[in-house]
Design a protein around this ligand. Structure first.
Ligand code: UT7
Length: 331
């Protein structure tokens, strides 16, 4: 019997309608379009404005988009994983609610959190379930309502992040396509540099934490940038070496969209031409867990069966890594 690997067989996505442009941000904080564009590559991001709606709203819409495109009966899904740093609420799981709302009534579901690497780690988890032979259809959704944890008076963070969601379906493949290899890393000394201090078990919510704005994301941008540049490039180099991939063999780099300069530095280290690097940061900013599936959705028509994709991400924690996967279908 040929070996079972896990392949992505469908993608879907959802971004909210409201566009927050650099021009609008100029009216909120001391910044300007020129600085944001040259330092990050971001022009605009999407923001979920619907009252009373959280990350599940984004996840449900991305999943519905995938189900419709694939004409898939949600009852066939075995497992729903929502990769997110902004769950609807600390308890109960966003994935469970999402699964029920899309009609995946035969699935179990849970959330997975690893900051900006959530989707990458989720890909590792989802592929392992498929490769073990235990499950046949795993729906992995990356979704974040970053606007719910951003201080729109802090110019160091509010210019970067946006809201969105993307979904992929993973199924068994016996043609040697799909997941090939991974190199995942983490380092807990990094949590000082990118975090939400309060609201967890160390510092529960209080009037003081609210007054101190400790429920928002704080980052030491320069330090995170430095680590992101070297670590994302390192893991990509490692995965290429380990799998004997030259830059000619890599069809596409699918990099986390945090900063155009980080993406370019990673591509340079891999010696990749710019037209092999998937980018949509100018349209959505950093959507945390949604960046990678949003890229797959936006560029789906360019991806061809057998293409070698190298995924890379870096995020809070610190968490980072790379996954090498062979694309399994022509759309
Ligand atoms: O996805 C998860 C991980 N997150 C990341 O990967 C983010 C990594 N970090 C970054 O992308 C960049 O560090 C930022 C985009 C956050 C900042 O860019 P930078 O080139 O590292 O800027 P900086 O923090 O070193 O600041 C340079 C200057 C400072 O002014 P002085 O001290 O040189 O006078 C800042 O005060 O730019 C100033 N500045 C701004 N100016 C206009 C910082 N933010 C802004 C702003 N508009 N929004």
């Amino acid at each position: 019997m040929s070996k079972i690997s896990a392949a992505i067989t469908a993608v879907g996505a959802y971004v909210p309608d409201y566009v927050l442009s650099n021009k609008v941000l100029e009216t909120l904080v001391d910044t300007n379009d020129e600085w944001i564009t040259s330092r990050t590559g971001i022009k605009e991001r999407r923001i979920l404005k619907e009252e009373g709606q959280g990350t599940s709203f984004l996840a449900i819409n991305a999943a519905k988009d995938l189900l419709k495109k694939q004409n898939l009966d949600p009852k066939e899904i075995d497992l729903v994983i929502v990769a997110t740093a902004t769950p609807d609420m600390p308890v109960a799981s966003t994935a469970v609610y999402t699964a029920t709302q899309i009609g995946a009534t035969n699935a179990f579901a849970y959330d997975l959190q690893a900051a900006c690497s959530s989707f990458l780690y989720g890909l590792s988890t989802a592929t392992s379930y498929i490769e073990s032979g235990r499950y046949k259809k795993v729906l992995l959704i990356g979704a974040d309502k970053m606007s719910s944890i951003i201080d729109y008076t802090d110019r160091a963070t509010c210019i970067i992040f946006g809201d969105g969601a993307g979904a992929v379906l993973l199924e068994p493949n016996t043609e040697g396509l799909g997941f090939q290899d991974e190199y995942l890393r983490s380092d807990g000394t990094g949590r000082e540099f990118l975090k939400i201090e309060a609201g967890g078990s160390i510092l529960p919510p209080s009037q003081e934490t609210l007054d101190n704005k400790q429920h928002f994301v704080h980052q030491d941008g320069r330090t995170v940038f430095k680590f992101a540049v070297s670590n994302m490039a390192d893991v990509c180099e490692k995965i290429m070496q380990r799998n004997n991939l030259s830059h000619d063999d890599v069809s596409w780099l699918v990099p986390h969209q945090a900063n155009m300069r980080i993406i370019d530095a990673t591509a340079n280290r891999m010696n990749l031409q710019d037209d092999k690097v998937l980018k949509n940061i100018h349209r959505y900013g950093n959507t945390t867990s949604a960046t990678l599936p949003l890229l797959l959705n936006d560029f789906e028509s360019k991806l061809k069966k057998g293409d070698n994709l190298v995924f890379a991400a870096f995020g809070g924690g610190f968490t980072w890594g790379s996954i090498y996967l062979k694309w399994a279908y022509n759309s």
